[in-house]
Design a protein around this ligand. Structure first.
Ligand SMILES: [Cu+2]
Length: 127
């Protein structure tokens, strides 16, 4: 029973940390009838491509976006947003992004990184 309570406490703390990114501390405990997980996506950059892994992203809801640079120095620029994170090889960064409109968002490299620079492109679909 004590272990069970510890698990619950850990889950609540995790949620509080996630919610803290959005700056709204009071919304840490979600309505139990609302089953949507927080949205997550990951963009992996390397010489010379981007790969996006994601669930279905919905407009108007925050996305926890993990950016990971596996090789080379690249800029993670998402079109029609103000996201432009420049990372070095081996770096990872997590940001929160709320796509305001449905549509296709392109991920392109904003750092001149070499011969394959212009071919670095991936797509995030928001519904
Ligand atoms: Cu580049």
């Amino acid at each position: 029973m004590k272990q069970h309570a510890t698990w619950i406490a850990m889950a609540v703390v995790s949620l509080a940390v996630l919610a803290g990114c959005g700056g709204n501390q009071s919304a840490a405990i979600p309505d139990p009838t609302f089953t949507n997980e927080p949205q997550k996506a990951k963009i992996v950059g390397s010489n010379y491509k981007f790969e996006v892994t994601q669930g279905e992203l919905k407009a108007g809801q925050p996305v926890t976006l993990t950016l990971e640079d596996q090789s080379g120095a690249h800029g993670f620029l998402i079109t029609n947003t103000n996201i432009n994170e420049k990372l070095k090889s081996g770096e990872q960064k997590t940001i929160t992004w709320t796509p305001d409109k449905p549509g296709d968002y392109l991920v392109v490299c904003s750092v001149p990184c070499g011969s394959g620079h212009s071919s670095m492109q991936a797509k995030i679909v928001v519904k």
